[in-house]
Design a protein around this ligand. Structure first.
Ligand code: CO
Length: 134
């Protein structure tokens, strides 16, 4: 079921300082900042030769990363995203094995314009997992 590692997401309080770290200190290639109102975050992608880093900054009052940043005031790794060939088949197979799919279980369109789903961290070794249609 698991395909490529699409990205590792890092929640940050301040996108400008995070971009400074990734672009200037680490010499990474960073995208423009894009608001994702449907997800309550703004994103910047850092493109690496073999994967991407997704920097996430809260957007709006009910951002899903607000609580995470309360617990991790310096920011931190928020989720990892794996590609799957068929997101609905993956969802059904995981649900049949007792895994919890977050939200209403219907894929949303993610930051790359492809369907995504999130899986409960308690079912996946304490890590929030995003699945993205390859
Ligand atoms: Co993501």
């Amino acid at each position: 079921m698991l395909g490529r590692l699409n990205h590792v997401a890092i929640a940050v309080r301040n996108m400008d300082s995070a971009v400074e770290v990734y672009r200037t200190t680490l010499g990474g290639r960073t995208s423009e900042k894009v608001a994702q109102p449907a997800h309550g975050v703004s994103t910047v992608f850092v493109t690496l030769p073999n994967t991407k880093i997704e920097l996430l900054e809260p957007l709006g009052d009910n951002s899903p990363i607000a609580k995470f940043l309360e617990r991790n005031p310096d920011g931190g790794i928020h989720h990892i995203c794996y590609e799957v060939e068929d997101i609905l088949a993956a969802r059904d197979k995981l649900a049949a094995q007792g895994a919890r799919v977050l939200g209403d279980g219907q894929p949303k369109i993610g930051a790359h314009g492809k369907p995504v789903l999130f899986l409960h961290p308690k079912d996946f070794c304490g890590t929030l997992v995003e699945l993205e249609q390859a």
